[in-house]
Design a protein around this ligand. Sequence first.
Ligand code: B12
Length: 224
Amino acid sequence: MERITAAVAALDYTSTLRLVNEALGRGETAVDIVRATLAGLQVVGERYERQEIFLSGLIMAGEIFRGVMEIVQPDWESSLHGGASGRVLLGTVLGDIHDLGKNMAALTFRAFGFAVEDLGVDVPPEDFLEAARRSKPDIVGLSGLLTLAFDSMRDTVALIRKHGAELGGAPLIVIGGATIDEHVARYVAADHWTTDAMEGVRLCQRLLELRRGAAGQAPALGPQ
Ligand code: B12
């Protein structure tokens, strides 16, 4: 796993895919392989900040992640189990085009039995609202990695909340992305936040069960 992280960090496409294939062959899980890949992407991001690599490096990192997902996707999906289902409206917020995390969140929600409407990237708050009026989602999932995306998230949350009554009850609003933390979640006024698709989707399942069930105390803000 450490070698996968190191190969991603070094932007070595060929070695990463070879190591991932070897790891799967050894019986390692898709979840652990994805975690090791994400750790490598974290290093890539830090190298970019230190200007050791440039935009082309970020593009390469994205391609590496795509390549890894192509290999592990069947295992990722089969390791998940459908449970409480619901409707999810998902998108990357205005100003942000990072979509790998959003796509993984969509894949994971679907594998858990949720119906997902994916609005794509760079989605303005008004488009989220229009789609929410149409589909009356149980959950609105906002993805974003750029600092400037936090304002878009905040605007989207405020707009959805303002029109909650028209949406058949206020949907739960969950935000996700590598740069999200508790402070961002509070700034955005989201119900919950996550940096891990699997954890985020499980949390949504639990929250919907609580909401549908009788009384229950809502879990605390953030990953469980
Ligand atoms: C790959 C990458 C790119 C690729 C993206 C390719 C693509 N199709 O998405 C490209 C080259 C396009 C790119 C562009 C840019 N990038 Co970029 N990029 C990255 C990098 C290296 C990895 C991001 C990634 O895809 N990770 C893999 C995914 C799977 O992880 P994830 O998004 O966190 O998603 C996981 C969870 O968070 C969760 N999740 C995500 N969303 C949601 C939503 C819900 C509802 C749920 C439940 C879960 C969930 O599920 C996923 C799996 O667990 C990061 C570094 C980092 N540390 O993340 C920088 C990074 C995000 N980029 C950065 C920057 C600066 C840029 C650019 C501005 C560069 C430039 N000068 O043009 C542009 C922005 C363009 C724009 N307007 O959006 C900065 C952002 C800094 C900041 N705080 O603002 C980062 C942090 C790098 C850095 N350290 O400086 N980038």
